[in-house]
Design a binder for this molecule. Structure first.
Ligand code: HEM
Length: 505
């Protein structure tokens, strides 16, 4: 009897709360429902679509729905309104309008990990910080990083030699330490390599947190912290975050130690020689522009942003090279043109060489079109915004589907064909630039895009100068799936085989 009584009270309270919310936000619900979209039900909205699905299936379901509805269309997760955008001009409006410059409330789920890092910072703080941080990404600084990209590419290739003629192996196990080493030396200014156990721990924590955040994201009833904190998932979530924070504290402590050990004179000398990201942050802290906590937040984000995206981009690029020997040969011919027939070990890759690797760059761009390391970005609409003939009401979330737009045959004829020449300058000139957004667009785009492209070119050049990449079983592109996470890792580990490249006589 008492159970039924409490249950009835519970249900009644939920109904009253929903009614209260509906009356209070009547205009929001009315405007939201003017947009086309699948039938939504009270309380759950469209959440039933995703019930019982893992996040990969849920994201694929979303892309399937996007085939049915023109952009923009709406979906409700509980009382949260998502407006899905997959049309270039609309994408431009969202990514450039001051009305949608803020990050979606859903990114709040990342806050225990990343605090107010650039990615999540409220707009006024983001404006100030982005301007302060920008100098660490200038061409002048990047020029100094090329030897770091090259040094770690060479040592990765050396380690890969163990796999020569040994059948297929997982590329991730080489690419993750490579990109993490580059991130630590270039962005964090740490020259020592780290204990491999640390990479393993960091990688496991990042993967777990991404997975848990997405699981929570698609389940609106887990969004309130009070409910989430009661679940088993939350223990796992906070434990993984603690693991990552421990590593970033070690990084900051090492850099501070290095500065202190060398005293003021040496500190200034290091800064003048190379002002990477963490060096710049510590300098800004001296000038009272960044607090301890803000430095931790930025380091937490930057290490992840710099290594995981690049590693995912490279994994897919190597897979595409293995699938397309003709493209691989063209990349090699380009390298041969730069370095001649025999490439001595001690020849360094320079920024001018990277500029000449135009076909290699097109290959990377095409690979990121088909497999964008970041498949979607979210923005919070902070004032009513007109998009595609509809009003996106204040308070909704814009879901910009990069994955959908990258494979839309309206903009990419024969979209599943791997063709680097889509990125020939004359082809690019014909397209709306908002058709291709691996680094997002507008003022909140990726600050590290040039860094990423240069790093990827260097790594691929070193690999292809030494090895021919192969794969026994070629899977159709439509069967190669990505996880639906903040960074879209391959669903199945990417495996390739390598044989030594012998200069042709
Ligand atoms: C292939 C590699 C990479 C890809 C695909 C990528 C993609 C992206 C995307 C899509 C965003 C925008 C997110 C949004 O609009 O909400 C972003 C932001 C950002 N990325 Fe990257 N990224 C890559 C590499 C890097 C690297 C190497 C760094 C640093 C060295 C970096 C640092 C950042 C930072 C700091 C932001 C936040 C910018 C802001 O909010 O102002 N990224 N990245």
């Amino acid at each position: 009897m008492s159970v039924i009584f409490y249950l009835s009270i519970g249900i009644l309270s939920i109904i009253l709360l929903v009614l209260f919310d509906y009356v209070n936000n009547f205009q929001f619900y009315k405007d939201g429902d003017k947009l086309p979209g699948p039938k939504a039900y009270p309380i759950i909205g469209n959440a039933h679509f995703f019930l019982g699905m893992d996040v990969i299936a849920a994201h694929e379901k979303l892309l399937e729905i996007a085939e049915e509805y023109a952009s923009p269309f709406r979906g409700w997760l509980g009382n949260q309104l998502f407006i899905i955008i997959h049309e270039p001009d609309q994408m431009k409006t969202i990514l450039t309008s001051p009305k949608s410059m803020g990050k979606a409330s859903l990114y709040r789920l990342l806050r225990p990990w990343l605090g107010n890092a650039l990615l999540l910072a409220p707009v006024p703080m983001w404006r100030v910080h982005r301007k302060l941080i920008q100098p660490a990404f200038s061409l002048q600084i990047l020029r100094k990083f090329v030897h770091i990209f090259d040094k770690h590419s060479k040592s990765m290739v050396k380690k890969m030699e163990e796999e020569l003629d040994g059948g297929e192996f997982e590329v991730r196990s080489y690419l993750v330490p490579f990109s993490l080493n580059v991130a630590l030396e270039a962005s964090m200014g740490l020259s020592e390599t780290f204990d491999p156990k640390m990479y393993a721990e960091f990688g496991v924590c990042v993967d777990r947190v991404f997975e848990l955040i997405m699981q929570r994201g698609f389940r609106p009833w887990l969004h309130p912290d009070k409910i989430f904190n009661l679940t088993k998932m939350s223990n796992d979530f906070y434990r993984s975050i603690k693991g990552m924070h421990r590593i970033s504290h070690t990084i900051i402590a090492k850099k501070k130690n290095e500065f202190e050990k060398h005293g003021e004179v040496k500190k200034d000398k290091i800064k003048n020689q190379r002002e990477g990201f963490l060096e710049l942050l510590l300098d800004l802290q001296d000038k009272q522009k960044f607090s301890d906590q803000q430095i931790c937040d930025e380091v937490n984000f930057m290490v992840m942003a710099a290594y995981d995206t690049v590693s995912v981009g490279l994994q897919f690029a190597l897979l595409m090279l293995a699938h397309h020997p003709d493209v691989q040969e063209k990349v090699y011919q380009e390298l041969k043109h730069i370095y001649g027939d025999v490439i001595p070990e001690n020849v360094l890759i320079t920024i001018d060489d990277l500029r000449e690797m135009r076909y290699t760059e097109r290959m990377i761009q095409e690979s990121m079109r088909l497999f964008p390391p970041v498949a979607f970005v979210l923005r919070k609409v902070e004032e009513d915004l007109d998009v595609g003939g509809y009003t996106m009401p204040k308070g909704c979330t814009a879901f910009c589907s990069i994955a959908k737009i990258h494979r839309d045959e309206k903009y990419w004829p024969d979209p599943l064909k791997f063709d680097p020449d889509r990125f020939l300058p004359e082809e690019v000139a014909k397209r709306n630039p908002y058709c291709y957004l691996p680094f997002s667009g507008g003022p909140r785009n990726c600050i590290g895009s040039l860094h990423a492209i240069m790093e990827m070119k260097t790594a691929l050049a070193r690999i292809l100068l030494k090895f021919i990449i192969r794969k026994k079983h070629i899977e159709p592109i439509k069967n190669i799936r990505q996880k639906a996470e903040i960074i879209s890792h391959p669903l199945k580990p990417i495996k390739i085989e390598i044989v030594r490249r012998l200069p042709k006589t």
